[in-house]
Design a protein around this ligand. Structure first.
Ligand code: C5P
Length: 302
């Protein structure tokens, strides 16, 4: 028996970041949008917990118990008094350490796959609780679609999306560590009054209407200056995407992937080609949003 779960990447169409909290996290107004680039997690019974990973960047994925997918399986097994005797295979397509929640996707995928494999029927709310313990972005990977995340990003309110948005993602050569980007945000904002993070009504309206031009005008990411400070060449990637005809571009989450909102599929193909030709990124991917959350896509019995 094995269970395969497909989980989307995300882009933050707004990432408003408040000051550092006493626990070190930052309060956010985080507008998540799931995009159709997917990792797949397959859970198969095994003698003991084992992780394997294949696909672009797989060599950078830890295969020990620090892997978020392993931690998800252990957390679910622990709640039910079970042994996490499972082989988790991750088929990677989401850029690794790219600011697109690939690790969070694998955690949500592992949770749903193990729940189905072990026949646990854990409630949605309990799964969301486990997700929130694993990481700030993991609950969104479970639910997909679009959502406003508050608190440290884990408290979700689903949002309406009135159409399909087309994106190009420029994958950088290298990764950025999320904690390092938040530390740089703290350094850059030291001595300034960081305002309370609030979702932009213009942005929520643009999403609800499916209006790409209005969404392009409202995109924002408070972590972008910090990501650019640590990875200065991203400025060249942003310029190349805008020059190629994107409606707008921004750093995705903590980066270093950059996201370009474009008019349609044809424009996406053109912008992706120009970005690769510009030599300012390793590769470019096109995708549409919204995309569904963690979904069982295969069950093999026997
Ligand atoms: O929750 P997660 O494990 O994804 O967070 C990774 C790191 O990102 C945290 O350890 C923290 O440094 C930073 N972070 C933050 N504020 C948030 C979310 C993440 O400072 N709201």
């Amino acid at each position: 028996m094995s269970v395969t779960v497909r989980v989307p990447a995300k882009v933050n169409v707004q990432l408003a970041v408040g000051g550092a909290r006493p626990d070190g996290f930052h309060d956010l107004a985080n507008v998540f949008l799931a995009v159709g680039l997917y990792d797949e997690v397959t859970a198969t019974p095994a003698d003991e917990l084992r992780i394997t990973c294949a696909g672009p960047g797989a060599d950078q994925v830890p295969l020990d118990r620090t892997n978020l997918a392993a931690r998800a399986a252990l957390a679910l097994a622990g709640r039910h008094g079970l042994d996490a005797a499972v082989h988790l295979h991750i088929a990677k397509d989401i850029p690794v350490a790219g600011g697109m929640a690939g690790g969070s996707a694998d955690a949500a995928g592992a949770l749903v796959a193990c729940d189905a494999l072990w026949g646990l029927h854990t409630s949605r709310n309990e799964l969301l609780d486990i997700c929130a313990e694993l990481g700030s972005d993991v609950p969104f990977s479970l639910v997909g679609g679009a959502a406003l995340g508050t608190g440290r990003g884990e408290q979700l309110r689903p949002l309406d999306v009135g159409g399909t948005f087309h994106w190009v993602f420029a994958v950088a050569d290298g990764g950025l560590s999320t904690p390092a980007v938040y530390r740089e945000f703290d350094r850059l904002t030291e001595g300034t009054e960081v305002p309370e993070p609030l979702a932009s009504q213009e942005l929520l309206d643009a999403l609800a209407k499916g209006d790409a031009t209005a969404l392009a005008a409202a995109l924002s990411n408070d972590l972008q200056p910090a990501a650019l400070s640590l990875f200065p060449s991203l400025a060249g990637t942003l310029a190349a995407g805008r020059n190629a005809g994107a409606l707008a571009g921004l750093v995705s989450g903590s980066g270093p992937t950059t996201a370009f909102l474009v008019r349609d599929a044809e424009s996406a193909a053109e912008v992706a080609e120009s970005l690769v030709a510009s030599g300012t990124c390793r590769t470019a991917r096109t995708a549409t949003s919204p995309a569904p959350g963690a979904t069982v896509v295969g069950r093999v019995t026997g």
